[in-house]
Design a protein around this ligand. Structure first.
Ligand SMILES: *[C@@H]1O[C@H](CO)[C@@H](O)[C@H](O)[C@H]1NC(C)=O
Ligand SMILES: *[C@@H]1O[C@H](CO)[C@@H](O)[C@H](O)[C@H]1NC(C)=O
Ligand SMILES: *[C@@H]1O[C@H](CO)[C@@H](O)[C@H](O)[C@H]1NC(C)=O
Ligand SMILES: *[C@@H]1O[C@H](CO)[C@@H](O)[C@H](O)[C@H]1NC(C)=O
Length: 159
């Protein structure tokens, strides 16, 4: 095959990777309601063809509202990495080995955690000597936080 032909094949593979999903990879609708004091999974799924060789990096961002500046809070770059600041130690990687599930979890939700969470995925594909990369905002979650309520009590109050 000529170099040009290889390049077209590569582009085709790349486009397939972006458009098609393995049947096992199902886009999940993320939960958007958290309860104070509980853990909360922030779900982000980004499907990719298994046979495609891609290096994946994920950045998670948080902002208090949709006009605020996004703040980097968690990185996955070969391994999970916290980011210095108020989120350090409060977030856990909860993704899968194949990096189709890129979720994180808040270990212990507080009222201040409400706001918008964004999952931005960078994938670098390689095919022989060619590489190409794509970045996309895979998910955003507008998280609502509720106080814990004692259901057994007639007058619902905070536990
Ligand atoms: C969650 O945070 C609250 C307040 O900081 C604390 O009292 C509670 O023990 C924590 N729960 C867990 C499971 O860490
Ligand atoms: C959005 O958040 C920023 C920074 O926290 C704040 O300055 C701004 O007033 C907020 N805007 C709205 C509409 O709540
Ligand atoms: C991680 O995800 C699994 C599967 O959805 C869930 O059962 C578990 O509670 C999550 N872990 C945390 C710390 O939220
Ligand atoms: C997500 O995409 C939008 C528009 O495409 C952009 O304005 C925004 O800054 C992106 N978010 C992050 C966290 O990069």
């Amino acid at each position: 095959m000529t170099t040009q032909r290889l390049l077209w094949t590569f582009l085709f593979l790349l486009i397939s990777a972006v458009q098609e999903c393995e049947p096992v990879c199902v886009d999940a609708v993320p939960d958007t309601e958290a309860v104070v004091g509980n853990p909360m999974k922030l779900t982000c799924v980004s499907c990719i063809k298994r046979e495609i060789n891609a290096e994946t990096r994920v950045n998670w961002y948080y902002r208090t509202n949709r006009t605020a500046e996004p703040q980097l809070i968690f990185i996955y770059d070969g391994k999970p990495q916290g980011v210095e600041g108020p989120w350090m130690g409060r977030l856990l990687w909860n993704g899968s080995k194949d990096l189709q599930d890129l979720s994180i979890s808040i270990t212990n939700v507080t009222l201040n955690d409400k706001g918008r969470y964004e999952c931005v995925v960078h994938r670098q594909f390689s095919f022989n000597l060619h590489t190409a990369s794509i970045s996309k905002n895979a998910t955003f979650i507008d998280l609502v936080v509720r106080e814990k309520v004692c259901l057994f009590n007639k007058q619902a109050h905070h536990c």
